[in-house]
Every structure is written in structure tokens, then in C-alpha cells.
Design a protein around this ligand. Structure first.
Ligand SMILES: CC(C)[C@H](C(=O)O)[C@@H](O)C(=O)O
Ligand code: SF4
Length: 467
């Protein structure tokens, strides 16, 4: 009887051969590209006179540099305009499908591929972007890669990779009201550390994941990389199939039944062997907020910034740096921390269900005075859907700005930036120093509902009191 994990099975099925280095040459079913990490890769291909081997397995969109207010071309930022043009040229000269601004399908690469049904169980997926782990929510093995690997995939549709170990992260039980998928992954990273997953693929399992919708699963898998895991995944099930059915690129008619049978066969077996297993209880997880400069520096919203004595020796070093940078003192409560900017969006939490949860908190309330709060849908489709549901009106009436789709202030490679020492409540995934566009800007990561709560209160606030 077989006893493999989904990871092992998908890996085996996509193995082309073993390279002299001992690495596996792995076939990549779907290659997603964006404007930041693809231009040099295409240039390297041209230098060697190589072509894109499988243009039909390559899909492009533009997300990082996209302005979310004024999208008139040419962009004001000449570098952004150049990147945009490079992608337009590379896509058209190589016959690659490109979801450009205004196509109705543009958006953050990790939002658009799932919503179109491009991301499917059992696939290998690569993208020159660390948050490619998102696609694992469908039971795909999805890797973030660097530019030279983007070149390799363009030219050969394969990657040279060392096999990973598999850690099962089981979460069981029901989440308490006001606690979301984002809190689970912040809690996992807080517990296992930002390097805890190095060398591993994370399999997320347990009754909490069984009950989650696909967007919640994507939020968790998205941040697997922040916990050091190269990829994260959830075994596909009826929820996965119901989400996929009828989407543009999902298998149709008889192919659908065949696909489902195959998807069922690649799930981890009940008796699969794991290199490690970690178990959490959903009821133990509080709304979680980061106080420091790594996604692992998280605490419950009703807790205090840890003191050095409460930390391991390694964590103490980075904590000292974080106290100083964040201007937060050990032992200080995180609740009540004054906020300047509230950002709802990103590939972690810029999907329709995220906007719905945030809108529930914003509805009938007002953004506190002096706070800049804005909502950036993850894709043009998310934006359209939200507008059909009237979410944009709820946000605007509450005093939020309603923007066009893109990465926006998650990374600030576009006009959406913090200024000076501003501190943001952000539904994104990285709180590194300077991450949101100001070299001294500060970021507190939290769920979209918690960001909405911070917006209306003007400070970090326990969303459980508002749900
Ligand atoms: C620009 C890109 C290469 C980068 C990544 O790889 O993740 C970005 O998306 C990020 O979130 O920091
Ligand atoms: S939304 Fe943020 S994390 Fe996601 S791809 Fe864009 S910059 Fe990277």
C-alpha cells in the first residue's frame, strides 16, 4: 500500500532525471511571470539565442510597479514604464499570454492564476516571486525562484532543485470569532520561527484546514515562505474542486471527472510518512500582530512586546534591533499603538473574502482622524466583484480610499509608500525595515479585519470587540 505525501508524489511525477549535482531536474507545469524578475531572464535567453520552450505554459501579468490611482500611460515613473514595456515586448514576441492593465484579468500574480483556474492540484508551478507558495493551497507544488531560474524555466520548462523534507502542520478545531487564516500563519511562524521551515515543504492539514475556504488556504500557504519553507500546500478536497469547477482554465466536461480522479490520487495517503509533525489547536490562536521587523515577531493583540528574558539567545539579537527600529519597549502592550496608515490588500489578503471581512468591520464606522486608510483589491476581478457587492461604497463611506489592483504598499515599488517614520497596520506579509517605501517606515502585520479595526480606532485594537 502506498504511503506517500502529495509532495513526494507530485515530485516523482514531474522528475525528468537526476543531474550530476544530485539535484532533480523537475518539469514545471505552469510558469507565471511578472515585470520585476523577468526582464533579465528574457535578456539572457536572447543573448544565447534561445526561445521560450513552452509559451503556452507561461502566463504574464503586471503587479508590483502598477500605480493604483493614476494608471495613465506612460507611467509618471520612467523606470516603471520601462519595466512595463519590457514585459509587453517580451510577452508579445514570445507568444505569451499577458494579462495587462484593463484586460479585466490583471492583478497580483498569486491572485489571478487561482481565480482563472490556472492553478490546479498536482501541478508544479514556478514564478520569480517568493510568495509563489500561495498556489500550494490547491495541492500544487509551487516554488518561488530567482531570475536565473526564471531563465532556466523559460528555456527548458525545468528547474534544478534539491528535494525537500515534508513537515505536516496540523491545526485542529474551530477558530474563535475575530481570528482568521492570517492569524494562523502568523502564529505558526511565531512558534516555529522564520527559519524553522528551511529545507522543508509545509503540508497544512487538520480539521481547521478542512473547514477553510480556498482563499483562507491561500493566505496560509502564501506565508509559508516567511516561515522558511520553500513551499506550502493543502491536500485537495471537495472545497478545492468546487472552487475550480467552471473557472476559465479548469478542465471541462469529461476531462473534469478524469481530472478529479487524478487529483484524488495525488493526495497524501493516510499513512504517509512525514519528516516532522507539529500540531496546533485553533482555539489557542489569538488575533496576532507583529511588533518587530520579521514576520516571526508576532504576539497576541492582548499581549505585550516580549522582554529579552522571554526570548532565546538568537531571538534576543533581532529583538534588540526591533525595539530600537520600531520604537517599542519590551513589556509594552501592542494594543493602543498609534497608527498612521492602514493598508488592506496584497497577495496574502487582497481577495474578495478578505475585503468582505474588512468591510464588515468598516461598515457604519469612520476612519479615525489623521489616518490614511486604503483598500487595494488583489486583481481587476476582485475589484469588479467587490463593486458588485457594494463593498467599495462601504469603504468609501467609512473614509477609506478605494484603488485599482496591484501590489501597492505591500512593497511600495510604486507610488504607494509610507513617509518618514510612519507606522502602518498592514494586511501584507513582510514587515522588514523599509519594506513599505520609507527607509525608516514601520509595519505591523495583521489580518484585514484587524487593519480595518485599527483604521476606525486609530490604533492597534482587538477586533474581537467589534465582530
Ligand atoms: C519583487 C519580487 C521579486 C519580490 C518577491 O520575490 O517576493 C516581491 O514580490 C516581494 O514580495 O518581496
Ligand atoms: S503583493 Fe507583496 S508579497 Fe505579493 S507579490 Fe506583490 S509585493 Fe510580493
Amino acid at each position: 500500500m502506498s504511503k506517500g505525501t502529495l509532495f513526494d508524489k507530485v515530485w516523482e511525477l514531474h522528475t525528468v532525471g537526476t543531474l550530476p549535482s544530485g539535484q532533480t531536474q523537475l518539469f514545471i507545469g505552469l510558469h507565471l511571470i511578472h515585470e520585476v524578475t523577468s526582464p533579465q531572464a528574457f535578456a539572457m535567453l536572447r543573448e544565447r539565442g534561445l526561445k521560450v520552450l513552452f509559451p503556452e505554459r507561461t502566463v504574464a501579468t503586471v503587479d508590483h510597479i502598477v500605480p493604483t490611482d493614476n494608471q495613465v500611460r506612460p507611467f509618471v515613473d520612467t523606470l516603471a514604464e520601462e519595466m512595463m514595456q519590457a514585459l509587453e515586448d517580451n510577452a508579445s514576441s514570445n507568444n505569451i499570454t499577458f494579462y495587462n492593465i484593463g484586460s479585466g484579468n490583471q492583478g497580483i500574480v498569486h491572485v489571478i492564476a487561482p481565480e482563472q483556474g490556472l492553478t490546479q492540484p498536482g501541478m508544479t508551478i514556478a514564478c520569480g516571486d517568493s510568495h509563489t507558495s500561495t498556489h500550494g493551497a490547491f495541492g500544487a507544488i509551487a516554488f518561488g525562484i530567482g531570475t536565473s531560474q526564471v531563465r532556466d524555466v523559460l528555456a527548458s520548462q525545468t528547474l534544478a532543485l534539491a528535494k525537500l523534507k515534508v513537515r505536516k502542520i496540523e491545526v485542529n478545531g474551530a477558530l474563535k470569532p475575530g481570528v482568521y487564516a492570517k492569524d494562523i500563519i502568523l502564529h505558526v511562524i511565531r512558534t516555529l520561527g522564520v527559519k524553522g521551515g528551511v529545507g522543508y515543504a509545509y503540508e497544512f492539514a487538520g480539521t481547521t484546514f478542512d473547514a477553510m475556504n480556498m482563499e483562507e488556504r491561500m493566505t496560509v500557504c502564501n506565508m509559508a515562505i516567511e516561515g522558511g519553507a520553500r513551499c506550502g500546500y493543502v491536500n485537495p478536497d471537495k472545497i478545492t474542486y468546487d472552487y475550480l469547477k467552471g473557472r476559465d482554465f479548469a478542465p471541462k466536461a469529461l476531462d473534469w471527472d478524469k481530472a478529479v480522479a487524478w487529483w484524488d490520487s495525488i493526495k497524501s495517503d493516510d499513512n504517509a510518512e512525514y519528516d516532522d509533525v507539529v500540531v496546533f489547536k485553533a482555539e489557542d490562536i489569538p488575533p496576532t500582530v507583529t511588533w518587530g521587523i520579521t514576520p516571526g515577531q508576532g504576539i497576541g493583540v492582548d499581549q505585550q512586546v516580549p522582554t529579552p528574558e522571554q526570548l532565546s539567545e538568537d531571538d534576543r539579537v533581532i529583538a534588540q534591533e526591533a525595539y530600537k527600529y520600531m520604537d517599542l519597549a519590551p513589556g509594552q502592550s501592542i494594543e493602543g499603538t498609534k497608527i498612521d496608515v492602514c493598508f488592506i490588500g496584497s497577495c496574502t489578503n487582497g481577495r474578495i473574502s478578505d475585503l468582505r471581512e474588512a468591510a464588515k468591520i468598516a461598515k457604519g464606522r469612520q476612519v479615525a482622524s489623521g489616518i490614511k486608510a486604503f483598500v487595494v483589491p488583489g486583481s481587476e476581478r476582485v475589484k469588479k466583484q467587490a463593486e458588485e457587492e457594494g463593498l467599495d461604497k462601504i469603504f468609501v463611506e467609512a473614509g477609506f480610499e478605494w484603488r485599482e489592483a496591484g501590489c501597492s504598499m505591500c512593497l511600495a515599488m510604486n507610488p504607494d509608500k509610507l513617509e518618514g517614520r510612519q507606522i502602518s497596520a498592514s494586511s501584507s506579509n513582510r514587515n522588514f525595515k523599509g519594506r513599505q517605501g520609507s527607509a525608516s517606515g514601520r509595519t505591523l502585520l495583521m489580518s484585514p479585519a484587524m487593519v480595518a479595526a485599527a483604521a476606525v480606532k486609530g490604533e492597534v485594537f482587538d477586533v474581537r470587540e467589534l465582530v
